[in-house]
Design a protein around this ligand. Sequence first.
Ligand SMILES: [Fe+2]
Length: 224
Amino acid sequence: MVSLDEALSFVRARFFDQPYRPQYFFRDKFEHTLRVVAWARRLLDGQPADGRALLLAAAFHDVGYTVDPADHPLHSARLCREFLSAHGEAPSFVDKVCAAIERHDDKPSIHRADTPLEQVLLIEADNLDERGALCVLRDALAVGCEAEPSYLGVYRRLLRHPMRREKFVCRTEACKALWEEKFALYNAILRSLAQDLGLPEAETDADGGEEDCLDEADLRAGGL
Ligand SMILES: [Fe+2]
């Protein structure tokens, strides 16, 4: 039976041997993987899900970036299938893990009744990373890479990409509670930044609309 450590060792080596270079050096995919595994562990508490399947899916979910970022869920699932099969895992278990990986970019699927719980929790864990405090750090570092970085530039970038309300990205109560915590912190940081920068109160509220924190594509589109 494959352990999570063995899976993570494989994934770490894969990212090392065939590096995926994100637009920003600080957005290391293996570090993201470890954080998603940690979020998945937290979300598992009290859930009737297959915990080993979920954690293995979290470990492998983005390793396909080493092949092709555009189709990474398919490549991640293939690499995972090869690894688990080579280690003698039962075909039904391999199918369960790989199905969650293959569909982890289908974010709206968390709200469909027939979506397996492992897939829901993987998507939620992925959604929780780089949100709240880490989202602020990420945008600050991104602006720091611009030609003329400024505190105001960071603030305005944060305002342009407010966090979504949890109803868009969470299904389980555990995820909703975590998201609400991050959402409150994010907005408190925005208000505090506005005060620190001497801006009017009117500019301080992220409205929690459809936009979200920047992802890699947004950053590229922004010419960063
Ligand atoms: Fe991910």
